[in-house]
Design a protein around this ligand. Structure first.
Ligand SMILES: *Cc1c(COP(=O)(O)O)cnc(C)c1O
Length: 241
């Protein structure tokens, strides 16, 4: 019997390989808490691929541009997926993002936190939706490399207080992208330290969103609770537009 959908078979194989890597990393790290949640980053890939992934058991997807994410979320509403917004976000997009996002992983400044709180106040009244999970994105770059977004480590607690005090928002934890060309283990170790400081003051904020295709093993070793994996599951992204 020939496979009627070669792309589905490819996604299935890639997903299985990534899940095996995660399992192996969890075992190697001797972790016995809940395994990390896999968020499949589908940016630039068509909605039909997300439909295929959902049929393979994927429940969490990540997107980094509001317009693209909003369109896909409407087209795929029947799937009941959790949408994770993982990209740099302008405050004026907050109103749109809270219409579909379960979580925002890239809260990096007070103005954005305020805009999300305001948008959620309206959205909660309108739909009764659950609180928006908010991760504080931390910049782990010491200055030499390219800036990949995020609050400075010493801004995290102030931002956490703001998020924890906003009805409609839930402070979930921290998020980071390893610096380009840097050592991911060192960066994620630093993130784990920042996470521990945060959780000391906000005991529910234990989330650590870290780890991409290239560095998921290091992230799991450092305690990541949410992995954001794109290209090792979907293949290379079409060129940046
Ligand atoms: C694109 C992206 C990812 C996924 O990266 P891959 O290398 O394709 O796995 C994860 N996190 C963020 C913030 C991204 O922008």
């Amino acid at each position: 019997m020939t496979d009627p959908d070669p792309r589905l078979a490819q996604l299935d194989a890639n997903l299985a390989a990534v899940r095996r890597r995660i399992d192996a990393a969890v075992t190697a790290a001797g972790r016995d808490a809940a395994p990390p949640r896999l968020i499949v980053v589908t940016k630039f890939h068509p909605a039909q691929d997300i439909r295929r992934l959902a049929s393979l058991g994927v429940a969490d997807v990540g997107e980094n541009r509001d317009q693209e994410a909003a369109e896909k979320a409407v087209q795929l509403e029947d799937l009941g997926l959790r949408w994770h917004f993982i990209g740099q976000l302008q405050s004026n997009k907050a109103k749109s993002v809270v219409k579909y996002a379960h979580a925002v992983h890239s809260v990096d400044r007070p103005a954005l936190a305020a805009a999300l709180a305001k948008a959620m106040a309206v959205e909660t009244d309108r739909t009764g939706r659950p609180p928006l999970e908010c991760f504080i994105q931390v910049n782990l770059d010491d200055g030499a490399g390219a800036h990949r977004g995020g609050a400075a480590p010493d801004e995290v607690l102030g931002l956490a207080e703001q998020l924890a005090g906003a009805a409609g928002l839930r402070l979930a934890g921290v998020m980071a992208v390893a610096p380009l060309g840097g050592d991911p283990a060192g960066a994620f170790g630093k993130l784990a330290g920042i996470s521990a400081q945060l959780a000391a003051q906000f005991p529910a904020a234990t989330g650590i969103s870290a780890g991409m295709s290239q560095d998921l093993e290091e992230a799991v070793r450092c305690g990541a609770t949410h992995l954001r994996i794109g290209s090792d599951i979907l293949g290379p992204r079409p060129a940046l537009r």
